[in-house]
Write a protein that binds this ligand. Structure first.
Ligand code: OGA
Ligand code: MN
Length: 305
């Protein structure tokens, strides 16, 4: 079987056929998927009934797994899944649906805000791979937005303005937008803000994209209200319908996205229905601020003349 990828949205998103993700892949197959990711930024695979181990093994083709820690308010002893899998479900460790006002559920509702995974960590994520094990009867789509298209559509003046801006991202900012403001002292330390560039350059294609997320709550050197108003404008611009694809889940879909080039968000579904989604995350290369410094140092020293 050879891998075929068909673009299903005018600007991004490919649907992949001709591969069984439960089996070890040939090097050419991995390369075809990587190329597809560079080009389409989101890939959809249907009919992939994976075990956790198979999901982890498939994910490892694309880099090191980012451990699923320090990204929610579930205590380690209450984990349902191994450390390699982020639990995107609404289930406790006994497989019971969270109560509507469960603190973990309320925190996880932050996934309904546009974001890029782990932008609140010093090294943000490369890819995320989300497997639908059980889905609700309706609702619960995941939407994706193409941050390259969003960047390209900025006017030149705005492109120049955002080029070197640095934002601070934190789970405390994104949850605060929903009125979730009660953090323990330990959580305040774990979720302390980190710095990220607002414009990133893809290491393979060289395309620029806006690195936005609801986690972004300040721009370094800007007055807070001005920063937040501008970031809101940018998110609104970047999530216009022409840059957005809504994925309607079928059980056993696996959707894989590049967090460096896209944002995503979950859509609502009924609080009493099971939605069992499991995510593996591929670690990024390093802090985005450091990447920019490295690029500048290796560039010809024309500016210093
Ligand atoms: C994620 C995420 C959205 C969803 O897995 O990182 O944000 O629809 N998921 O569950
Ligand atoms: Mn996410």
């Amino acid at each position: 079987m050879t891998i075929r990828i068909r673009q299903i949205h005018p600007v991004f998103v490919g649907e992949v056929e001709g591969v069984d993700l439960r089996r070890p892949l040939a090097a050419e197959e991995v390369a075809a998927i990587e190329e597809g990711m560079d080009r389409y930024a989101v890939l959809v695979f249907h009919d992939q009934p994976l075990s956790d181990e198979q999901q982890v093994a498939f994910s490892r083709n694309f880099g090191e797994i980012e451990p699923a820690v320090n990204s929610n308010v579930t205590r380690p002893e209450d984990r349902r899944l191994s450390i390699e899998l982020a639990d995107i479900s609404n289930l406790d460790r006994d497989h019971r649906v969270f109560a509507r006002d469960d603190r973990r559920r309320m925190f996880n509702l932050g996934n309904e805000l546009w974001h890029s995974d782990s932008s609140f960590k010093a090294t943000p994520a490369k890819y995320s791979l989300l497997s639908a094990r059980a889905i609700p009867t309706r609702g619960g789509n995941t939407e994706f937005a193409d941050m390259r298209a969003a960047y390209d559509a900025l006017d030149d003046e705005t492109k120049a303005e955002v080029e070197d801006l640095i934002c601070e991202h934190s789970l405390i900012y994104s949850r605060g937008l929903l009125g979730f403001t009660e953090f323990t002292e330990e959580e305040k330390i774990t979720f302390a803000p980190v710095r990220q560039r607002l414009v990133r350059t893809h290491p393979v294609t060289g395309r620029k994209s806006l690195f936005l997320a609801s986690h972004a709550g300040t721009i370094v050197g800007w007055p807070m209200p001005e920063a937040r108003a501008f970031l809101r404008d940018l998110v609104e611009h970047a999530t216009q319908r022409e840059f957005v694809h809504a994925h309607e889940w079928r059980q056993h879909d696996l959707v894989m996205w590049d967090n460096r080039q896209t944002m995503h968000r979950a859509r609502r579904y009924k609080a009493d229905e099971v939605r069992d989604m499991r995510r593996t995350t591929i670690a990024g290369d390093g802090p985005t601020v450091a990447q920019a410094d490295a690029a500048r140092e290796s560039a010809p020293a024309i500016a210093q003349a």
